[in-house]
Write a protein that binds this ligand. Structure first.
Ligand SMILES: Cc1ncc(COP(=O)(O)O)c(C=O)c1O
Length: 406
């Protein structure tokens, strides 16, 4: 079981901000001391570039960097050469969409997605569809905003070449039935691109079990520094993917006639000096998550979420949009109060939440509002924090918000 009191001692943000209730973990997470130490260790003991220097220091940092790739691969049950380091989920999603889409899609082909996608998982496809004259179609979501296997089956047809969806919606928090979706997509020869930015930090993810072709996520949403992300790609699919970012590190040879020989996968996708310290920080973050256990983390977050929903449901000024989603994302509004005003009131009581449509701007039709408040939990949150959050929500009225602002 997660001993949250002990765990919180590992995060300096808690002791440095004793009044703060941080409920914006879907945006980014706090960092434990071991991650901070790993980053500091690079600056204080190992500063040098990777894979370039002919001296011990460079060898040491290269080894630490390469070990992270091995670790990420075992964390996801992938092969080492299927792990590409990027600057974050957005970079991974763009790299996969352009790299695969521009070389493999033709006029009339279809990219299948949903209206619940984060901008980073749909906008690259807007561009790719425009450039290849392919088109985007959307799977109908049910009235709660869930993606069901039934609706997916109805939306699939032989022109669909790409399925681009998220594992967990960053607004509604539903876990999509990816294994079933992948099976159906593959039967019809479509390639599955999974945005797992809100899944990998919170639950065990096994790429072989899911059988996805591409998968993207960010380090900063799972205790690691910002500036590091991962693109997983199946080896045979990566062979058919173009590496559009060129530079040092990705090539074996080139000459003045324009001949270019790229390096092997995954290096051909990694040009330039990477975020070395962030990558080594990711290694420490995965270590930390593994010590707690991803199943434990998922169970704890589901328990906290259930508790929060139970308490919020007792209030008569709350509109809940996803009470039965299994993850720690709570999307709601306060009746008759504009979301940003309510968030301002929460902020005045040191409670951090986010408002808006959370980069999933096509969800307006389902939610029937253009602004919601999102409170997002991580395993280090406590029931006491939820009690404080619920108490403050119960107090919010339009008049009180006006008092705060004027
Ligand atoms: C579902 C989802 N996909 C992609 C992203 C983009 O992640 P990043 O901003 O780290 O690139 C986010 C960020 O909130 C997200 O929630």
């Amino acid at each position: 079981m997660v001993n949250v009191k002990e765990i919180r001692k590992d995060f300096p943000m808690f002791s440095n901000n004793p009044d703060l209730v941080y409920l914006d973990n879907a945006a980014t997470t706090f960092k434990p001391q071991c991650v901070i130490d790993a980053v500091t260790g690079v600056y204080t003991q190992m500063t040098s570039n990777i894979h370039r220097g002919d001296y011990d220091l460079s060898h040491r940092i290269s080894t630490a960097y390469d070990q992270t790739r091995t670790h990420v691969a075992s964390f996801l049950n992938a092969e080492e050469d299927e792990i590409i380091f990027t600057s974050g989920a957005s970079a991974s999603l763009n790299m996969a969409a352009y790299g695969y889409g521009l070389t493999n899609l033709r006029e009339g082909d279809v990219i299948l997605s949903t209206e619940a996608e984060h901008a980073s998982n749909i906008l690259p496809w807007f561009k790719v569809s425009e450039m290849t004259h392919s088109k985007i179609e959307y799977i109908s979501l049910n009235e709660k905003g869930e993606l069901t296997v039934e609706n997916f089956k109805k939306a699939m047809h032989e022109k669909v070449k790409v399925v681009a969806i998220s594992y967990v919606s960053n607004v509604l928090g539903y876990i999509n039935p990816i294994k079933d979706i992948t099976e159906i997509a593959h039967e019809m020869n479509a390639v599955v691109f999974l945005d797992a930015a809100q899944a990998v930090p919170h639950m065990k993810v096994d790429v072989k079990e899911l059988n996805v072709d591409f998968m993207s996520f960010s380090g900063h949403k799972m205790l690691a520094p910002s500036g590091i992300g991962v693109l997983y790609g199946k080896k045979d699919i990566l062979e058919k993917t173009d590496s559009y970012m060129m530079g040092g590190g990705s090539n074996a040879r080139f000459d003045m006639c324009g001949n270019l020989l790229l390096r092997e996968i995954p290096y051909r996708f990694e040009s330039g000096t990477p975020a070395i310290e962030a990558t080594i920080g990711l290694d420490a973050a995965i270590d930390y998550l593994e010590k707690i256990g991803l199943d434990e983390i998922q169970t704890r977050e589901a328990e906290l979420k259930r508790y929060a929903i139970e308490q919020l449901s007792k209030l008569d000024n709350i509109i809940l949009y996803n009470p039965d989603a299994e993850t720690g994302i709570i999307t709601f509004n306060i009746k008759d109060v504009f979301a940003q005003d309510a968030a301002g009131y929460l902020n005045s009581k040191h409670i951090a939440v986010r408002t808006g449509l959370h980069c999933a701007k096509m969800l307006v039709d389902i939610l029937k509002t253009s602004d919601t408040i999102r409170a997002s939990l991580y395993f280090y949150n406590t029931k006491e924090e939820i009690d404080r959050f619920v108490q403050v929500c119960s107090e919010i009225t339009l008049e009180k918000c006006i008092d705060i602002f004027f």
